[in-house]
Design a binder for this molecule. Structure first.
Ligand code: HEC
Ligand code: HEC
Ligand code: HEC
Ligand code: HEC
Length: 408
């Protein structure tokens, strides 16, 4: 399938599964910031606001700027907003030079656009069958499993997995059969395989290409439903050992943390890789080992994937330092004091939410850029969680000034 066709096929899949994800964002009222969006609208904005003239996605689009397929990988909402902001001077300059209108965004549009960039990685790039063939031998599967009539017969034939569009179904079966399979490996002196990156997708691409005909009709992957996944996370006992952003058990690592914002295949790989240790811990603590059926693994992993989108609350102390370091205080006051060239940000409607702040900052980038240049200040760039900490600080000052104003 051509890249373009694949892309549109994928967009259709996105459409069907995403409403669930959106309602999830709305439903998780306990989340520190509730940011939901419509990635399909975001995709339209990506085209109509001209981003596609310079940026490609899955290889389709302009080449002046970097391909943005992976820009959301490992980044939360405010981190993506931060990347957009940090690169705005270069982008604005290029747009001006090409006579392109400078795009502005309503907060909703900003949300949809960033949601779109985040969702892109929910669908992995398709696997590489050649690489998959190498892995099938290198990881030892070939000793025990046959595909297309070739391979060992200790375990069942794997041809049927070829009909799935996603490696998650194979990952699910591997998890379910994990203890027996690893015991068999240990008995035969085969090192249990560890999966990195999109290796599971590569394996599946190989299986799909080799599977003997007569396998049942192909099944397109149903995108996981993070709302169901959140429920499963509790029901299957994961929460007893794992916290999400500090809430939950402490036996295993917190799955809300940064390093954790990976692609879907990587999350599935990590579950497999850590399986033996987890199963041992479960036994020790008397927690029954969960198994998964139907779409459950996909749902669970969708939950773990989307958890990374929402920023946990930022650090006010760091934010205060950033407000000075990034030069904001040269032009802005926060709740009174001597008047400066820019508005008092605690009085701005933009501080209502991190989303509105991100949109307002982008929209004012051209004005600020000019002023920053005149004053000889460097363009403030944001790394990691700096945008989040800054936003948290500005909003905390606003709350203070609102309550001060309310005092008669
Ligand atoms: C005129 C060309 C142009 C247009 C239009 C444009 N960009 Fe860019 N963009 C660039 C270039 C060039 C860079 C790299 C800039 C740099 O290195 O500082 C970039 C960088 C970025 C980055 C940072 C990438 C990273 O890896 O951190 C993001 C995010 C981004 N653009 C998003 C967008 C979005 C969203 C739009 C549409 C609103 C857009 N861009 C429109 C040229 C453009
Ligand atoms: C040492 C032998 C051995 C190796 C090596 C091995 N497996 Fe297995 N595998 C088995 C056995 C035995 C079962 C059935 C376990 C059971 O019945 O619970 C199984 C089950 C499975 C299943 C579930 C099949 C189904 O129909 O539900 C999948 C999927 C699977 N293995 C994939 C793999 C992959 C991929 C690799 C290589 C990374 C691999 N296995 C390596 C022995 C092995
Ligand atoms: C009995 C406690 C326990 C339960 C229950 C449990 N885990 Fe774990 N989990 C652990 C431990 C301990 C580790 C770290 C293992 C290691 O270091 O290899 C871990 C590691 C992981 C990792 C890898 C994390 C990383 O940093 O790469 C993932 C993903 C994971 N668990 C997901 C789950 C999911 C999903 C469930 C529910 C189906 C679950 N776990 C249930 C204890 C548990
Ligand atoms: C060189 C001066 C200057 C610097 C430095 C500067 N700003 Fe601004 N900022 C302005 C001016 C002037 C405006 C009003 C622009 C306009 O109305 O178009 C503004 C507007 C804004 C707005 C929109 C307010 C509203 O009500 O719409 C936000 C939010 C903002 N700035 C945040 C920041 C942050 C955060 C920093 C530090 C990273 C920063 N600014 C650094 C001059 C500056």
């Amino acid at each position: 399938m051509s890249r373009r066709r694949r892309w549109w096929a994928m967009s259709g899949l996105v459409a069907s599964g995403l409403l669930a994800a959106i309602s999830w964002s709305i439903a998780s009222a306990q989340a520190p910031v509730t940011l939901s969006g419509d990635p399909l609208k975001g995709r339209d904005l990506f085209i109509h606001k001209g981003c596609i003239k310079c940026h490609s996605v899955w290889g389709v689009g302009g080449k002046l700027g970097p391909d943005l397929t992976q820009v959301g990988m490992g980044r939360s909402f405010l981190q993506i907003a931060g990347a957009l902001w940090s690169h705005s001077p270069k982008m604005l300059e290029l747009m001006r030079r090409r006579g392109m209108p400078l795009p502005t965004f309503t907060p909703e549009q900003m949300r949809d656009l960033i949601t779109y960039l985040y969702y892109l990685n929910y669908f992995n790039e398709p696997g590489d069958a050649h690489r998959g063939q190498e892995l099938f031998s290198a990881k030892g599967c070939i000793h025990c499993h046959a595909v297309g009539g070739m391979g060992g017969s200790v375990g069942p034939r794997l041809d049927t997995f070829g009909r799935y569009g996603s490696p998650l179904y194979m990952a699910q079966a591997m998890w379910n059969h994990g203890p027996r399979m690893t015991a068999e490996m240990v008995r035969r002196g085969i090192r249990p395989p560890v999966f990195r990156g999109k290796e599971m997708a590569d394996l599946l691409a190989f299986i799909r290409g080799r599977a003997v005909s007569g396998t049942p009709t192909p099944r397109l992957a149903i995108p996981g439903n993070p709302l169901v996944g959140r429920r499963l996370f509790a029901q299957k006992g994961c929460r007893r050992c794992h916290a999400i952003n500090g809430m939950g058990g402490q036996v295993g690592p917190d799955l809300g943390r940064r390093e954790w914002h990976r692609s879907v295949t990587e999350i599935a790989g990590a579950m497999w890789n850590h399986g033996p240790k987890m199963w041992a811990k479960m036994k020790q603590l008397g927690i029954p080992r969960p198994t998964f059926s139907q779409n459950e693994m996909a749902d669970l992993i969708a939950y773990l994937y989307f958890v990374g989108y929402t920023d946990p609350p930022g650090n006010v102390v760091k934010g205060r330092r950033l407000f000075a370091e990034k030069g904001c205080h040269a032009c802005h006051t926060l709740g009174g004091g001597e008047e400066k060239i820019g508005p008092d940000l605690t009085l701005s409607t933009a501080i209502a939410s991190p989303l509105e702040l991100a949109a307002a900052m982008w929209n004012h980038a051209p004005t600020m850029e000019k002023l920053v240049q005149e004053k000889g200040l460097p363009w403030p760039k944001f790394d990691d969680d700096e945008m989040r900490d800054l936003v948290t600080y500005i909003r905390s000052m606003a709350r203070g000034s609102i309550s001060r104003r309310q005092v008669p």
